[in-house]
Design a protein around this ligand. Structure first.
Ligand code: G6P
Length: 368
């Protein structure tokens, strides 16, 4: 079938706006909306109680989905996660245990380094699971267990809806593993699943930030450099926000763990430097705010991406506050992905770059 842009100017815009719907499709495959339990028939082949460790490997945006999942598997299932980018993993000669689970995350299912890493793990007798968007892809075919995302065809080179669907699958899988391993009570797991069931509505609300973010695009487009900061699962989201901005607007952007600020990037901060701070009002919010104050004290221009409570608590430090809907912790990476996508999208549109086909990039990297 031919996929068209519908009423959108770019595939990327269309794919950003499709997220409530495709996350809904994905959710309905992995959770039971009648009793808020996880339904992962694929996972019945995996005995989570026997696993000592989970290995995760991917490239690009899919790798950042894996980094977020590391926090979830460790917190909810008390399962240690070893994660690396596939181009490093494949040559690292990492000692692995036969029978342990290795998860490969890929939109296309054809990325050369991810596939090579999969074959390495398969050779060593690991159980191979993959989170893929293309069910007939090579990575899917070579896996023991496939966890499909239901994002539909993704045309824009910069991944958006595939990423949030990957996160949705991984969240459901982490909760499922937590139940199997007895590290989440039935009530805790139900609470988490209920939150996941609200994702279509939460992401729809996040799309309402479009106009506010579009108005910031002119200002962002005037910079050559930007910094993205976050802690916890917001750290990989900061990495993803920076990747998106550089991919399609060609503005040099770096994502950093907020706590690493004083170990280097703080030297770059002056009045010309926008600093995007991803900080939902959670247990580590205060820590991130103290890093934000260090930026403010040096004249950095802060864009705070937070929820209502976080906006109140931030005082007057931020130049711009993007107020995201209030959502429970497990939903934050998925919901905060949308304003980050919109920041890069509107900035690139303002600058007139080729949003769907950015220079030098390929949708699927099938050569090393
Ligand atoms: C390319 C794309 C990215 C994508 C990465 C991994 O670099 O431009 O958007 O995240 O490949 O691709 P995969 O298909 O394995 O998810």
């Amino acid at each position: 079938a031919v996929v068209d842009k519908g009423n959108y100017k770019h595939f990327m815009a269309k794919e950003i706006h499709e997220q409530p719907e495709v996350i809904g499709h994905t959710i309905s495959r992995y959770i039971d909306l009648n009793d808020y339990s996880t339904v992962v028939p694929e996972a019945s082949a995996i005995d989570f109680t026997k696993l000592d460790r989970l290995v995760i490997t991917a490239c690009g945006t899919a790798y950042y989905a894996g980094l977020v999942a590391k926090y979830w598997f460790e917190k909810y299932a008390r399962l240690p996660v070893d994660i690396d980018i596939a181009s490093e993993f494949r040559y690292r000669e990492m000692p692995v245990k036969a029978g342990d689970l290795a998860l490969f995350i890929s939109q296309s299912g054809e990325t050369a380094d991810t596939l090579a890493s999969l074959r390495y793990c398969k050779d060593k007798g690991m159980v191979i699971g993959s989170v893929v968007n293309v069910p007939e892809s090579t990575i899917a075919r070579e896996s023991n267990v496939v966890f499909p995302t239901y994002a539909g065809p993704e045309i824009g080179v910069a991944s958006t809806k595939a990423f949030t669907c990957q996160l949705t699958v991984l969240a459901a899988l982490a909760v499922h593993a937590g139940r199997m391993r007895g590290t989440l009570s039935e009530a805790q797991a139900k609470g988490l699943v209920e939150t996941l069931s609200e994702l279509p509505s939460y992401t729809r609300q996040a799309l309402a930030l479009s106009d506010q973010i579009e108005e910031m695009a002119h200002w962002i487009s005037q910079t050559n450099h930007a910094l993205f900061l976050g802690r916890g699962t917001s750290f990989p989201m900061a990495l993803e926000g920076a990747l998106k901005l550089k991919e399609i607007s060609y503005i040099h952007a770096e994502g950093y763990a907020a706590g690493e600020l004083k170990h280097g990037p703080i030297a770059l901060i002056d009045e010309t430097m926008p600093v995007f701070v991803v900080a939902p009002h959670d247990s580590i919010y205060e820590k991130t705010v103290s890093n934000m104050q260090e930026v403010a004290a040096r004249g950095g221009r802060i864009v705070l991406i937070t929820n209502g409570k976080g906006a109140e608590a931030a005082g007057l430090e931020a130049h711009h506050i993007i107020t995201v809907p209030d959502v429970p912790e497990i939903a934050t990476p998925i919901v905060y992905a949308l304003p980050l996508q919109l920041i890069s999208y509107y900035t690139a549109v303002f600058m007139g770059t080729d949003v769907d086909q950015p220079r030098n990039l390929a949708k699927s990297v099938t050569v090393e």
